[in-house]
Design a protein around this ligand. Structure first.
Ligand code: NCD
Length: 335
């Protein structure tokens, strides 16, 4: 198993991930995918370690996937649910994190509706010299690194099922369509995809993709960017000759104003339908991080078409990729 390019204690964002690190995660996930296809589906890699899931915001896939990944690595798993916790009695998030530290937690997976919470907890864990690694399970609009890494792995696997590599993305055109403004998934994908040499085309109505968004976002990059990110206020130019199309959910819970005339109108302008895919490359494949609004951002028949949709593969691959992350962050933390 490759650990050559791995120095990180925390994974909070992909902004500063190098192509080599992305490939390390990809190759480690390849090994764990093999483990998951075996009869026992379990390895003792993190035996004795405690992984705590702290999800302050609803989640189906990410939370369950991290839990299963930790269990497949033989770690002990604690699941924190805010509604039934001492948070309801006024305990602060940092005190909650310290409580789990006192129970011997080695790795924390944190999701929160506010950007920066995983970073704050990571800083506190470092200040206490705890050695705990913090993994961002999605924070506000900021980042969702494990989702972008599983998307990357799914793309690599789709391009070359026998020898998946993130390097195969170089030169491809990937369209990301939908509620980009509210999407931490889109933001994390922008870092990962461009680092692998793909061209990313964003498409959304201007209320969900303000003019200058892509340029301003990519200007924050701590690493040199070699690929361009192009934004469109119409769907057609983004789909033209695209190798992959990723659609995003309309995040109604994060919309502070009425940003769309109606869902029906959105579907008419930006919804993915079979007809519209004719403009893409003949072998185009579709991704969606889930959860989906069927018939809004993507038509129901496309979602369920195994020849086109990688959506359930994304979910399956999520376990191997999260095993890879927990493994890379966790080795050496045990005895
Ligand atoms: C995404 C999230 O929570 O950021 N979902 C996920 O983790 N699979 C995207 C979304 O909520 O639309």
């Amino acid at each position: 198993m490759t650990e050559a390019t791995w120095e990180r204690r925390h994974v909070l964002s992909l902004a500063d991930f190098t192509a080599a690190e992305l490939e390390t995660v990809t190759q480690t996930a390849v090994s764990f995918r093999d483990v998951l296809s075996r009869r026992t589906r379990k390895v003792p890699a993190l035996q004795g370690l405690v992984v705590t899931n702290m999800f302050f915001e609803p989640s189906t896939r990410t939370r369950s996937s991290f839990e299963l990944a930790a269990k497949r690595l033989s770690a002990d798993v604690l699941n924190f649910a805010p509604g039934t916790s001492s948070l309801t009695k006024g305990e602060t998030i940092l005190d909650t994190a310290k409580t789990y530290l006192a129970m011997g937690t080695n790795l924390m997976v944190i999701r929160h509706q506010d950007a920066g919470v995983p970073q704050t907890i990571a800083d506190e864990m470092d200040r206490l010299q705890s050695g705990v690694g913090v993994l961002n399970g999605g924070d506000g609009l900021h980042a969702h690194p494990s989702q972008a890494l599983l998307d990357l792995f799914t793309l690599a696997l789709s391009l070359n099922p026998d020898q998946p590599t993130s390097q195969a993305l170089a030169g491809l055109k990937i369209a990301i369509v939908g509620d980009i403004l509210h999407s931490r998934v889109a933001r994390s994908n922008l870092w990962a995809l461009t680092a692998c040499g793909a061209d990313v085309h964003l498409a959304a109505p201007p209320t969900l993709l303000p003019p200058g968004f892509a340029e301003a976002f990519m200007r924050q990059s701590p690493l040199p960017i070699h690929r361009q990110v192009v934004q469109h206020s119409r769907l057609a130019p983004a789909l033209e000759n695209a190798d992959f199309v990723m659609t995003l959910r309309l995040q109604k819970e994060r919309m502070t104003q009425h940003r769309l005339p109606s869902l029906r109108e959105y579907h008419a302008e930006f919804g993915l339908t079979r007809n519209r895919l004719n403009a893409c490359e003949p072998n185009v494949k579709l991704l969606h991080p889930g959860p989906t609004n069927r018939g809004v951002e993507i038509s129901s028949d496309l979602m369920d078409d195994p020849a086109l949709s990688l959506i359930s593969e994304q979910v399956t691959n999520g376990v191997a990729v999260r095993m890879a992350l927990l493994y890379l962050m966790g080795v050496g933390k045990g005895e």
